[in-house]
Design a protein around this ligand. Sequence first.
Ligand SMILES: *Cc1c(COP(=O)(O)O)cnc(C)c1O
Length: 380
Amino acid sequence: MSMTVIPQADPGAGYRAQQAEIDAAVARALASGWYILGREGEAFEQEFAAWLGTTRAVGCANGTDALALILRGLGIGEGSTVATVSHTAVATVAAIEMAGAVPLLLDIDPDTYTMDPDELVAVLEDPPPGLPPIRAAIAVHLYGQACDLDPMLAACQAAGAALIEDCAQAHGAMLGGRRLGTLGQASAFSLYPTKNLGALGDGGVLATDDFELADRIAAIRQYGWKERYISSMVGVNSRLDEVQAAILRVKLTALDAGNERRRQIAAAYDAALAGGPLSPPARRPDAEHVFHQYVLRAGAWGMTRSDVQARLRNDGVGTGIHYPVPVHLQSAYAGRVPLGPAGCAETARASQEVLSLPMYPELTDDQVGHICWALRNLAG
Ligand SMILES: *Cc1c(COP(=O)(O)O)cnc(C)c1O
């Protein structure tokens, strides 16, 4: 029997769900005759900051640049170390090196896949020898769930280091009733098409309550200009274009409902997994997850991850792996980037076992029902 496979991600579905509004927004941006840093971009920045709860948001070309721009804006580059994790999109680590700093890669808590705060406390108190001073930590709220942020914030504050939130997978997520992206010095969001808030091309936005930092970064993103054609500081080119900004203004209106739908789908998967060989993902108490990804740990009851993947595919369910090789084991980084004292052992184990189920708001009830059937089938 042949069966169409439900894809693990489907960015086209998000476009189709709001097609008439998005098409109208694109037509408006095209007709305006102004394509870079104009009214749509300004309106998106204001609407995004209002939605998030910061005083400022600054659009840029992508999420990687958002992180690098924050570091540059804070003056963190050559002669600085920035602590983060190896179990993340390579972009997090690439951004640190783009800014000129040294990444220090720490291990994760195996249940939530986010930075082990104790290791951050340890390296801030007793920095590894031979590294420049640790001037910042990038907290990655992976898969849509908050890091254990409070001890990390306290440790950074005590050490005089900045805490930057990588919210590329956590648009709308909360911790203790507070919205992620409002808790550190600044936060970076990717607007890549598959993210919870996705453009139809590349895009990024960063947010902060620090007006001076926002102004500095707004200049750095365009050649260091405060005044046109005059660079008052060294900058780059990293702008969000008007067409993407217009699209994002439409997409932003669907973000909260989309996150709610993701949580509903996650609850259905939880129920289908109950009593079976694979456990649902752990939820941090006090955190509101936005399920950028719904991630299982495969490899229980004698089934390897590739067994689980093959059986689900046979049953018409696509899966993904986020991420198959930790950053510190990729050839561009291996043996070159420093690791924390824990040596990223849990990171290496997670990379062998994680498996992501289909997750996007446009999954139909029938598709979710089918995926749940396939999950129950794993136990049989
Ligand atoms: C997607 C992502 C980024 C980078 O975003 P781009 O827009 O692709 O540059 C950074 N960090 C994490 C955790 C991501 O998932």
